[in-house]
Design a protein around this ligand. Structure first.
Ligand code: CAA
Ligand code: NAD
Length: 284
């Protein structure tokens, strides 16, 4: 089994920056790329300050913290990914955009490298078909926020090899995660179950069943969820939730996945959740 020493992360948003932090803290060399230079600068700043916070809380030694920051390199060009052992893609949840990226990466990275996607819902088999290495394409689905959440969902495409699966599993475990395996069907396990709940919470709000606060308190206090479903949707990003529901709807062909009109309207209005300061709730 190949030993992973270096990781390329594409996308410096919520998920990519968290994955890059996790990999750097666990002693891997990390290249982080985003097409938006401003995002890349902000990602570097927030990862550095989160690592410093781990040091100040005593969760990481000063030396390990300094090493983690040294391990992280941000780059505006994908050409710097030529020597990495694995790429973890965490860009926008769009099949077309991800396929273009996978085709591009296929030409840049070394022949042994794995191309992993952090997609929430999109077919790994189809992402693999955009490359000439479908046996080395896999789903490696971290949960938000990646440094905190314990799970990685691993999804094998139709052509993913045992070697790719085993290497990815060992990497996830090295990053301190428990893994579950899912077949390659839209939304896999977690989002197939989570997104209908979030959508139903929007329907409850849309049809006036209760206030947003009462819907969230009902699920937090009534079922011991750490966040209510509407608060969680803001945490994930309403645009991300909508994209996932659209994939579930088209992939599984059932009207129960039709996105609630209120969710669609919020996204149309740019109310994308906590990352934009406004979603279901407003953040100060
Ligand atoms: N990056 C790194 N660390 C973070 C973080 C981030 N973005 N956000 C919070 N943390 C850390 C904090 O630093 C803190 O650590 P310390 O205690 O060491 O300081 C710890 O997490 C707890 O944070 P807070 O005290 O600020 O807040 P909290 O106790 O309310 O926890 C939470 C925050 C972990 C997000 C918690 O509310 C929670 O578990 N919520 C549910 C999250 C969830 O369900 N995620 C999965 C969504 S589904 C998904 O991800 C799949 C998909 O495809 C959409
Ligand atoms: P985000 O909007 O915070 O970040 C996405 C980043 O990708 C942006 O910074 C954007 O500039 C960049 N980007 C877009 N196209 C690019 C390209 N072609 N090349 C390079 N960079 C590009 O999104 P996110 O919430 O971090 O989600 C990223 C991925 O992770 C999605 O596939 C999403 O479904 C998945 N995911 C999200 C969550 C979540 O809770 N938000 C959880 C698990 C998985």
């Amino acid at each position: 089994m190949a030993d992973i020493r270096s990781v390329g992360v594409v996308g410096g948003g919520q998920m990519g920056s968290g994955i890059a932090q996790l990999a750097a803290v666990h002693g891997l060399e990390v290249w982080l790329h985003d097409s938006d230079a401003g995002v890349l600068t902000r990602a570097h700043q927030s990862i550095s300050s989160r690592i410093q916070r781990l040091v100040s809380k005593g969760n990481l030694t000063k030396e390990k913290g300094a090493e983690a920051i040294r391990n992280l390199r941000c780059t505006s060009t994908l050409d710097d990914f030529c020597s990495v052992d694995i790429v973890i893609e965490a860009i926008v949840e769009s099949e077309e955009v991800k396929k273009n990226l996978f085709a591009q990466l296929d030409k840049i990275v070394k022949s042994s490298a794995i191309l992993a996607s952090n997609t929430s819902s999109i077919s790994i088999t189809r992402l693999g078909s955009a490359t000439n290495r479908s046996s080395q394409v896999i789903g490696m689905h971290f949960m938000n926020p990646p440094p905190v959440m314990k799970l990685v969902e691993i999804i094998r495409g139709a052509n993913t090899s045992d070697k790719t699966f085993n290497t990815t599993k060992v990497l996830a475990e090295r990053l301190g995660k428990k893994i579950i395996c899912s077949q390659d069907f839209s939304g896999f396990v977690v989002n197939r179950i989570l997104m209908p709940m979030i959508n139903e919470a929007f329907h409850a709000l849309y049809t006036g069943v209760a206030s947003k606060e009462d819907i969230d308190a009902g699920m937090k206090l009534g079922t011991n969820h750490p966040m209510g479903p509407l608060e969680l949707a803001d945490h994930i990003g309403l645009d991300v939730c909508l994209s996932i529901l659209k994939v579930l709807h088209s992939g599984l062909g059932d009207n129960k996945y039709t996105p609630c009109p209120l969710l669609v309207q919020y996204v149309d209005a740019g109310r994308l959740g906590k990352k934009k300061g406004v979603g279901v709730y407003t953040y100060g």
